[in-house]
Design a protein around this ligand. Sequence first.
Ligand SMILES: Cc1cc2nc3c(=O)[nH]c(=O)nc-3n(C[C@H](O)[C@H](O)[C@H](O)COP(=O)(O)O)c2cc1C
Length: 403
Amino acid sequence: MWKDKHVTFFITGGIAIYKVIDLIRSLQKKGAKVRVAMTKEAMRFVGKATFQTISGHPVQTDLFEQVTSSPVAHVELADWTELAIVAPATANIVGKMANGIADDFVSTTLLAVSTPVFVIPAMNNHMWQNPALQRNLNLLKQDDIQVMPPDDGPLAEGYSGKGRFPDTFAVLNFIETNLLEKNEQLQGLKHKRFLITAGGTRAYIDPVRYISNRSSGKMGYAFAQVARASGAEVTLISTTNQLPVPVGVHLISVETVTEMQQAVQQNFADADILIMAAAVSDYEPVQFVDHKIKKNSKTKQFTLELKETPDILKSLTAQKKKQIVVGFAAETDDLLQNAEAKLASKGADFIIANDVSRGDIGFNVSENAVTILQRQHANITIPKMSKQMIAKKVLEILAKRFS
Ligand SMILES: Cc1cc2nc3c(=O)[nH]c(=O)nc-3n(C[C@H](O)[C@H](O)[C@H](O)COP(=O)(O)O)c2cc1C
């Protein structure tokens, strides 16, 4: 979604300006190319040099100043822009945008932008409640400009109210959700019920020790976010509490294979699509010791006997009616042969094969590269890209089954 996307930040004079630095960094990490324009008032809070350094581009503030080779800088920047983000958006810029006022570089460039515009306002709660501001926000919405409501909470003035700039994750979630909702290839997923598992399960040895794996849960969370953004109802069964839960997703926290199996079983009948992105332990200790096992310095060895865990995927495909079931094959050797064997033996509709022997994709990183296997269809290979983009591509294939 963000790879090589031309994103322009229009920064105005609000106290929340420092939060935009983190937002820009996060988008750059996702692959976006960022340029910045700022108002003269914004420069009273944070200087141009900061945004020039993080964006790697000159920052223009004056309409008549020549900072690039283009003689008409505002039109050049507007034409370059594929997505505009006004953040923090002051009451002043909202008023200007709503009324077509173009009296400085930021407002003039915004008037020339013809691609999606997102406005992230932040201000004092009384300014936010002011009827003139609310009238202007409604005008923006009528013009198909997306406005993110601010958060409720402590304000710079020392009291609480609605007007805070939301955190980076929430802003990204808002923008990505809006962009995905408009994606026609995902329309078939609207109101579908997703059940998604994520993370590595834990097999407890005693109350303080467990066996697990390197799965971070990022792939499952990416599926949950994209599915939810496509208008689906999503239940996420997760072993991790390290990742932010996408807005609107229902979370069920579990730890062990048995807990995950019970949670999946309880929700499977109502689901349209099950995506088993969790890395489920294949083995667990034969016996759980109910106290901490002490070190035995005489033998200097410790043998742990393991037994197979229940096969969640296979047990569910046996009960499958209308559901589409997607399994994962995380392999270090013979990736495709193992994935084909899994497709044949587990009764899943799709197997997503990923090579977890590589350090740059798969477990515990933000990117992946996968091959999608499905019955009576040729394999589809998706090259290395963000887990969110992988999720989007897989969901586009699933959406075709419903259209
Ligand atoms: C310390 C301080 C903090 C301010 N914070 C905000 C703010 O958070 N939101 C806002 O809409 N205006 C805020 N203002 C007012 C704007 O800076 C002012 O309306 C300015 O004219 C906006 O210009 P611009 O929209 O061209 O950047 C603040 C002003 C000061 C002095």
